[in-house]
Design a protein. Structure first.
Length: 353
């Protein structure tokens, strides 16, 4: 079953990637040489901080993981935490809705003798703060900068609001699971019974037991959050810098073409809107839809002549560089974690949550 799922994810990724490439280059056959010439025009000096921003984005999560582990009592090395982040980002990039990232991280953390309940709590906190930053961006624009929304979002307002709604729903659901476990248990159990009654889902006692067992993790998360409020605030602040580092990539690409006239605020907030809009959609890394949205909202920023090369550079740096760098370090982590981290593992032996 696991192999079939992996095959499906690979086929789905290749299909989405192929459709994305078709969308990007369709109708450009005669102008590919011109496109390449425009890309060669860029000032490489602006691309160096763009690559640095991508690396900082990955490092940002690793810093949060390292920080949270230390608050619980684990003295894991920063480099190992960086590998955990690379593993998460790689599998998030290649699976729908980034669903494979955290399970893969938990698997490799387990190889390093970190207890699964501990890693699950930490990664849940990372996810909650990660999505809360996107929600905060959306609410900021709606409440305090509606002029920006009216001027730049126009025809894509529906997907912008959909992105906010989906992320608010996700964060709310996670917080209910954490802080209102009786309500969460009732909702999930009632939903499962309803799906079983209308024959959409088969009754499995194992599934019910697994869910009830997992509620213990949410209890530990609630206990941690309630007793470590300053820690959570610090994690949220770090996450803001982490998220916006990736949004800055598009600004560096914008400047690399020698373009001026649009403020840094507008350029990075437009990228934030794209990330918010596609974050919860069931596409690997938002492939396809991210490119389509870029072509819509960045047209007045890059202009028709530089829109396509700008989009190619921006996506290549912010997504594909992240994916390939993470892929290379994930391969390294496969041989490194558990084999060359025995001293770290000894620190956690016998520890239980």
């Amino acid at each position: 079953m696991k192999n079939k799922k992996n095959i499906f994810n690979i086929v789905f990724l290749v299909l989405v990637f192929g459709l994305t490439m078709y969308y990007v280059f369709h109708g450009e056959d005669g102008d590919l040489s011109t496109l390449w010439e425009k890309i060669q025009m860029v000032d490489v000096r602006w691309l160096i901080p763009a690559v640095a921003a991508v690396i900082f984005f990955i490092y940002g999560e690793s810093h949060i993981i390292h920080y949270l582990l230390r608050t619980i009592g684990f003295k894991t090395k920063r480099f190992t935490c960086f590998l955990y982040s690379c593993i998460g980002f790689f599998f998030s990039c290649i699976t729908p809705s980034a669903s494979g990232g955290q399970p893969a991280q938990i698997l490799y953390m387990r190889k390093n003798k970190l207890p699964v309940p501990v890693t699950t709590v930490i990664l849940m906190i990372v996810t909650i703060t990660y999505k809360m930053v996107l929600v905060a961006v959306g609410l900021w624009l709606i409440i305090f900068d509606h002029t920006f929304v009216d001027r730049y979002l126009g025809g894509m307002l529906w997907i912008f609001y959909l992105g906010i709604a989906l992320n608010v729903f996700c964060v709310t659901a996670m917080l209910i699971l954490v802080f209102h476990q009786r309500l969460a248990t009732w909702i999930v159990m009632t939903s499962m019974r309803l799906l079983e009654k209308i024959h959409i889902m088969k009754h499995k006692q194992e599934r019910t037991e697994k869910f009830l067992c997992s509620m213990g993790t949410y209890a530990e998360t609630a206990k941690y959050l309630e007793s470590h409020i300053p820690v959570i605030v610090k994690v949220f602040i770090i996450t803001i810098f982490q998220r916006f580092s990736l949004f800055f990539v598009t600004y560096f690409v914008y400047r690399s073409f020698g373009l001026t006239g649009t403020s840094v605020y507008v350029v990075i907030m437009l990228q934030a809107v794209i990330s918010l809009s596609v974050d919860m959609l069931p596409l690997p890394g938002g492939m396809g839809i991210s490119e389509a949205l870029f072509n819509i909202i960045y047209l007045p920023v890059f202009g028709s002549a530089l829109l396509l090369p700008g989009m190619i550079l921006s996506r290549s740096l912010s997504f594909y560089t992240e994916m390939f760098l993470s892929a290379a370090l994930t391969v390294f982590a496969h041989f490194y974690i558990g084999r060359f981290t025995k001293e770290e593992a000894k620190c956690t032996e016998g520890w239980e949550i």
